[in-house]
Design a protein around this ligand. Structure first.
Ligand SMILES: Cc1cc2nc3c(=O)[nH]c(=O)nc-3n(C[C@H](O)[C@H](O)[C@H](O)COP(=O)(O)OP(=O)(O)OC[C@H]3O[C@@H](n4cnc5c(N)ncnc54)[C@H](O)[C@@H]3O)c2cc1C
Length: 382
């Protein structure tokens, strides 16, 4: 497998790291005006539409280049929440529009979503339908040339600032996987209401909220991918998200690993830099090994995605490896800083930002179920 990047992509990634350090790093909290300001800058830099075809305003990168770009973003932008919002927008919203949208939908939405003028959110999870996602109860009922939506979505990334929602609702009750339809719905549509942002352990720069639909009437041309194609839209978006979004965490881990190496070289106890103690240096080597193995798995998944193959197993394994590595590297970085590690700083921020990564994009337990199923093991899909 060839993960080698062209000189152009390498230069682009270096530029993104510098740009993200300078212009995208913000407070570890959500502030709408500042978020919008940084969003527009990220759009101008080509981050928000990185994998969208150039004719719709994107940069047309493949998945391998996208992982490298996300890693560059995550390494430069100390606000992992903001980087997560950008990646969720791109991989869970823009890529489904690119892959399932009509020409008219692509032309209508993608250029402004790539440029940073608009923000998108993908709303599928419900209070009673998390891992069991196709147990959702939000309904969309056809009424002439419109659909009428009712229901509530939870944990929707970007909801408090979104201009457009990719929403999944049941159009054919009892048909499970095949009874779900995806819709593109403007935030100003009557009957759509967004709740207040959740207070989260990490990714605090990324706003997340509930989205309520009460007799929300949308034209039939808001359907994405055709009636009953919601599950395919969702599966397609997860393939991008589980692969490319997690590049952000590779970058965040590298940033914290680098600062940990510097700290271990500078902090003196018992007359020596602590990095001279084998217990410390070996822990750092373990951190690097964990990061590099996770990076290899993620790049393998990206190569498979770029080739258009079925990357479900490698994307699931990569998602598990990257998120578990991020949690462990966060813990290790805290331990190596001693008491300083539990005060506000890059190590504790990494740990807080890493915890949600074991849950979103399908929990790590669900990834293991998917891989087990691919091996002919575990419970069959019902
Ligand atoms: C930061 C963040 C951002 C998110 N952004 C979005 C978004 O933009 N849009 C959106 O729609 N959703 C989003 N989500 C929701 C996310 O997709 C769900 O939280 C996730 O799918 C898990 O669902 P749940 O929280 O209901 O957990 P549950 O499904 O209730 O799971 C609870 C626990 O049970 C385990 N479990 C459940 N079923 C099984 C099983 N069959 N086998 C083994 N273990 C099982 C789970 O692994 C987990 O440990 C986000 C979540 C987070 C944390």
């Amino acid at each position: 497998m060839n993960f080698e990047l062209s000189p152009e992509i390498t230069a682009m990634c270096e530029a993104v790291t510098g740009f993200a350090q300078r212009d995208l790093t913000g407070p570890d909290s959500f502030e709408p005006i500042d978020f919008r300001r940084r969003w527009e800058l990220a759009g101008k830099q080509g981050i928000l539409g990185a994998t969208v075809p150039t004719q719709y305003g994107g940069s047309g990168l493949d998945a391998v280049a996208a992982v490298a770009l996300m890693e560059a973003l995550g390494s430069g932008c100390a606000d992992t929440g903001f980087a997560f919002s950008a990646a969720a927008h791109l991989f869970a919203c823009l890529m489904p529009i690119t892959e399932f949208g009509t020409e008219e939908q692509c032309r209508h939405w993608l250029p402004r979503l790539c440029s940073g003028e608009l923000v998108a959110a993908h709303a599928i999870t419900e209070a009673e339908a998390g891992s069991d996602i196709f147990n959702m109860s939000a309904r969309a009922v056809r009424d002439g040339d419109h659909y009428v939506l009712n229901g509530t979505k939870v944990f929707t990334t970007n909801a408090p600032i979104a201009d457009v929602f990719l929403v999944q609702a049941v159009t054919s009750p009892g048909s499970g996987f095949f009874g779900v339809t995806a819709f593109l719905i403007g935030a100003a549509t009557p009957g759509l209401r967004v709740g207040p942002p959740y207070a989260k352990i990490g990714l605090r720069g990324s706003p997340t909220a509930e989205v309520h639909f009460a007799d929300c009437r949308v034209p039939a041309d808001c359907v994405l991918g055709g009636e009953g194609a919601g599950a395919s839209v969702f599966t397609g978006s997860m393939k991008w998200e589980r692969t490319c979004l997690f590049g952000i965490y590779l970058g965040a881990m590298r940033r914290v690993l680098d600062s940990t190496i510097v700290y271990a070289g500078e902090r003196v106890q018992f007359g020596s830099p602590i990095g001279e103690f084998q217990a410390v240096s070996h822990r750092i080597v373990d951190m690097l090994a964990r990061l590099e193995s996770a990076a290899l798995l993620l790049n393998k998944a990206a190569v498979e995605l770029s080739r258009g193959g079925n990357c479900e197993v490698s994307a699931g394994l990569a998602k598990i490896a990257v998120s578990e590595a991020a949690v462990q590297i966060g813990l290790d970085a805290i331990q190596l800083r001693g008491a300083l590690g539990v005060t506000a700083g890059d190590a504790e921020t990494l740990l807080r930002d890493a915890v949600p990564s074991r849950i979103f994009s399908g929990t790590n337990e669900i990834q293991k179920n998917n891989v087990a199923r691919a091996l002919g093991l575990g419970r069959k899909r019902r």
